[in-house]
Ligand binder design. Structure first.
Ligand code: AMP
Length: 537
């Protein structure tokens, strides 16, 4: 019997905080305030304040596993909470401020949040969630605090003599709720260990690739799966952080991207659509760093968008993940042997969701077993790995996990000869027409390549003859339009005839969830009678 001889250092958040303070201490963290002024600080100051915050929380009775909620935009104080709450042994619960107040109140109650730290500009929302039944033992405000306690006093109250608890890597560090497009939101609780491992792998050159030579602007909110884990990665490796605060309109983002010489950013496709339009309308206004990388996920990145940014000398990097996967699951980067492939192949691959990151395992399975790597056969994407949830906080929907230990993502995918995963739909959004399945996401991604189309969602609508038929809901680009026949011709080369939408509805905007995804449940409700009297062949 051989006994290993290595140190058993727990993978806990203090490793990141110590690294950020000691070795990246001078690196800047910039935050845009609600009044648009820029606040500048460093990792050193943030880590010192986070430790004081932790001590103060311990003094107020926060102990192991106690939840402290945040209702905040992206800024330095939120990062202090990311560190300070778990250093106290607590669990950071980032509340999604885009949800309905009733839903936020439900989530805060479900999680048993004890304290809340809230931005002054979000106090009107706080009042609504209290009116909806949320209760917190203490409320601290970043900014003018009025009747509530002041976040600055909370930080200042930390006494150096107060001991911080020793942390175990299996302790809870933070919690996020699923966006709940179907059913009630469910809690996912990350451990210190899952967060540290996710942080390390996200930083790798073939993952999200962050280093101390970078400056990162996370547009993705810190309340949405920890801004995809990027603040932890930045602190660990020494990336300068630029937080946009509440100003997420394209000109405000472009001002910051340009003035702070940002080299990496991250957000959902809608953000990049807006940025592309602003750049097209004003090509010389914002000098950006050549090769600026923009990580895109949360919804599929349309191939056309990737092409458009290349034309501008900027790179979109497509990644897939979920709240349940911390979130990074797959990243789409061309392997060296495919860099010389023809243009169409390269863009097709980059628009796919890609291959799993190290330590994550995926498979695509249908009722016949694992699907062949033929780029044709669809199945459900299953995932497992050290930062994938093993259950929900209240053990809801245990059927989402297979008996052999995989998480069922609810995403429909297929695999090509290179092992690249392509998402073709959500299981719940697939359309069954005359007994045959149609993948709605595939059609909408193709439609978004039409020169007149800004955005397109495809939904299944009840049909008297075929049970369901696809309907395209389209937003045209300004001053552009196309007839149903032209859109069908455009799609006809790519899809079987029965996949082509029978009708197009033109709208001004497609309804979206709080996380920027198309709200197809709402579209299906609006257009449920669209084919009620259809008698076509
Ligand atoms: P959330 O838990 O809110 O982050 O949502 C996760 C879901 O977003 C996934 O299950 C996918 O359906 C969708 N999603 C995330 N990234 C992508 C992507 N790159 N392409 C298509 N869908 C995505």
């Amino acid at each position: 019997m051989t006994t290993a001889t290595m140190m058993d250092v727990p993978l806990t958040i203090d490793l990141v905080v110590e690294r950020a303070e000691r070795w990246n201490g001078a690196v800047e963290v910039v935050s845009r305030r609600p009044d648009k002024s820029l606040h500048r600080t460093t990792y050193k100051v943030i880590c010192e304040r986070a430790r004081r915050l932790a001590r103060s929380l311990v003094q107020l009775g926060i102990g192991r596993g106690d939840k402290v909620a945040t209702l905040m935009w992206n800024h330095a104080e939120h990062l202090e909470c990311y560190f300070g709450i778990p250093l106290a042994g607590g669990v950071t619960h980032t509340l999604n401020l885009r949800l309905h107040p009733d839903e936020i109140a439900f989530i805060a109650g479900d999680a048993h949040d004890r304290f809340l730290i809230v931005d002054e500009v979000l106090l009107p929302l706080y009042d609504k969630i209290v009116a909806a039944g949320a209760r917190f033992e203490k409320v601290f405000v970043v900014g003018k605090h009025g009747v509530h306690d002041n976040y600055e006093d909370l930080v200042a109250g930390g006494n150096d003599k107060t001991a911080l608890p020793s942390l175990a890597e299996s302790d809870a560090l933070g919690t996020c709720y699923t966006s709940g497009t179907t059913g009630k939101p469910k809690g996912v609780i990350y451990t210190h260990r899952s967060t540290i491992l996710h942080t390390l792998v996200a930083a790798l050159p073939d993952s999200l690739q962050l280093s101390r030579s970078d400056t990162l602007l996370p547009v993705v909110p810190m309340f949405h799966v920890n801004a995809w884990g990027l603040p932890f990665v930045s602190a660990l490796v020494g990336t300068k952080l630029v937080f946009p605060g509440p100003h997420l309109d394209p000109p405000s983002l472009l001002d910051l991207l340009s003035s702070e010489k940002v080299t990496v950013s991250a957000g959902v496709p809608t953000i990049w659509l807006g940025i592309r339009e602003a750049l097209d309308g004003n090509p010389n206004k914002w000098p950006l760093q050549p090769g600026l990388r923009m990580i895109v996920g949360g919804s599929a990145a349309p191939e056309q968008l990737i092409r458009d940014f290349d034309r501008l000398g900027l790179t979109l990097l497509h990644a897939w993940g979920m709240t349940e996967t911390s979130p990074i699951g797959t990243v789409s980067r061309l392997p060296p042997h495919l860099e010389a492939a023809d243009e169409a192949t390269r863009y097709r691959l980059r628009a796919k969701q890609g291959v799993p990151t190290p330590l994550v395992d995926v498979r695509v399975r249908n009722w016949q077993g694992d699907v062949p790597a033929d780029d044709k056969t669809n199945g459900e994407l299953l995932v497992r790995g050290p930062w994938v949830a093993a259950r929900y906080a209240n053990n809801e929907t245990p059927e989402r996990w297979t008996k052999d230990g995989w998480f069922r993502t609810g995403d429909v995918a297929r695999v090509d000869e290179h092992g690249f995963i392509q998402l073709t739909d959500r299981v719940a959004d697939m359309i069954k027409s005359g007994g045959e399945w149609i993948c709605s996401q595939e059609i909408e991604n193709a439609l978004m390549g039409h020169p007149a189309v800004r955005e397109a969602a495809v939904i299944g609508v009840p049909h008297p003859k075929w049970s369901e038929r696809p309907l395209a809901v389209v937003v045209f680009k300004p001053d552009a339009t196309a007839e149903l026949g032209q859109l069908r011709d455009f799609l006809a080369a790519k899809f079987p005839k029965f996949w082509l939408p029978d009708a197009v509805e033109v709208v001004e905007a497609i309804p979206r969830t709080s996380a920027g995804k198309f709200k197809k449940t709402e579209l299906r409700e609006i257009f449920k009678d669209r084919y009620a009297r259809a008698t076509d062949d």
